[in-house]
Write a protein that binds this ligand. Structure first.
Ligand code: SF4
Length: 363
């Protein structure tokens, strides 16, 4: 694609709401100016959200076990079952963490653990039902698609069957976490024991078809090629079309390389922001694009200028903290940086299950 012609054609497509191609998105990432990328991403954002406004909520990720048999080389969190420093939180220990979040004003918990070989479907459905009973005013992302797949395989039951079991016990959300880069060559290099891409989408389809909500995620900054990143975006856009918009949001964050077998360096902020803009432009069927305070702290708020409209204020997440993330509880300072960028921010209620809708204020 030649520069002058390429950007003119893309501008016209974005202006008229026409979908950009894979080649055009890759070209934008490699060649567009920062100002051009911001302008195009902001234009797509404005199809869904008023310019100058953003939303957030405060949440914790509760890592209820660090036992995992998947062996992802980018993970600093997991321990094998026979290692001495493993843990599995009891119900009361889980509740202590939720109480800590509530004391900080949080309204949502995302549960995330490893692939624990001894925990069956009923362990999870029982735990989550008790948690919902004790905290009826809170929202819970109860596990990730990756964990769901492991639990189903361990039980030798189909994804449909297990999704129905979770839904019948009251589970509302199983998020798209554990996606990293959804490309089979990437998966083979770094986490061959986790899943294959089509399997991931089969599980996510079962979750949505059982009436639960799910989300889309991506992590960049390992050793993935641009082609692998584009495979992730292309397949995700197609899945969201097939799912008639039922994935409520998309969150991209950056790999933290510390204390991992893979190692490496963190993606520079500018690369993260440019990629976020490409995601917003390419994923024209996802309403909420979220920027990652968890891995970029207040710098993440700049993502609002690059197409994002929403973010979390996280209070804890052992998985990323073990790999080098630092979580600040200076929430007002983070929110002030949104103001400095020209955004007014609204604390929102958790998104409802179903096709992405406008955020509503927290009660
Ligand atoms: S990323 Fe998740 S699945 Fe992979 S080793 Fe870590 S805890 Fe296990």
């Amino acid at each position: 694609m030649r520069s002058g012609q390429g950007i003119e054609a893309i501008r016209e497509k974005v202006k008229t709401g026409t979908r950009v191609s894979r080649e055009e998105s890759a070209w934008l990432f490699e060649h567009a100016t920062d100002a051009e990328l911001q302008a195009l991403a902001s234009r797509v954002r404005a199809r869904f959200h008023p310019p100058g406004q953003a939303t957030y909520l405060k949440m914790a990720i509760v890592n209820y076990t660090n036992v995992c048999v998947a062996r992802c080389d980018y993970c600093a969190f997991y321990r094998f079952p026979d290692q001495p420093d493993t843990y599995l939180l009891s119900f009361e220990q889980v509740c202590e963490k939720i109480d800590q979040l509530r004391a900080l004003g949080g309204t949502m918990v995302g549960f995330n653990g490893g692939f624990h070989p001894d925990l069956g479907v009923e362990h999870y459905t029982h735990l989550f039902a008790r948690v919902r009973d004790r905290y009826p005013d809170m929202s819970f992302y109860e596990m990730t698609v990756a964990e769901f797949m492991f639990v189903a395989k361990r039980a030798k039951r189909s994804y449909d069957e297990v999704a129905e079991a979770f839904a019948a016990c009251g589970t509302r959300w199983i998020t798209g976490g554990g996606a990293e880069i959804l490309d089979d060559a990437f998966r083979l290099r770094h986490s061959p024991g986790k899943y294959k891409v089509e399997d991931y989408y089969a599980a996510q389809k079962a979750i949505l078809d059982a009436g639960m909500g799910s989300t889309a995620t991506m992590v960049i900054g390992f050793d993935e090629s641009l082609d692998e990143r584009m495979n992730h975006l292309e397949r995700l856009r197609r899945f969201q079309d097939e799912a008639e918009g039922r994935l409520s949001s998309f969150l991209c964050w950056t790999y933290k390389p510390f204390h991992t077998d893979l190692g490496g360096e963190e993606v520079p902020l500018r690369e993260y922001l440019r990629w976020l803009a490409v995601c917003r432009i390419h994923l024209d069927n996802i309403v909420h694009v979220r920027t990652s305070v968890l891995t970029r702290n207040e710098d993440a708020l700049q993502g609002l200028l690059w197409g994002a409209n929403d973010f979390d204020l996280p209070t804890e997440d052992e998985v990323t903290q073990k790999a080098g993330a630092t979580i600040s509880h200076e929430f007002e300072a983070v929110l002030a940086s949104a103001g400095e960028l020209g955004f007014s921010v609204l604390r929102r209620a958790p998104f409802p299950v179903g096709p992405g809708r406008a955020a509503t204020p927290a009660a």
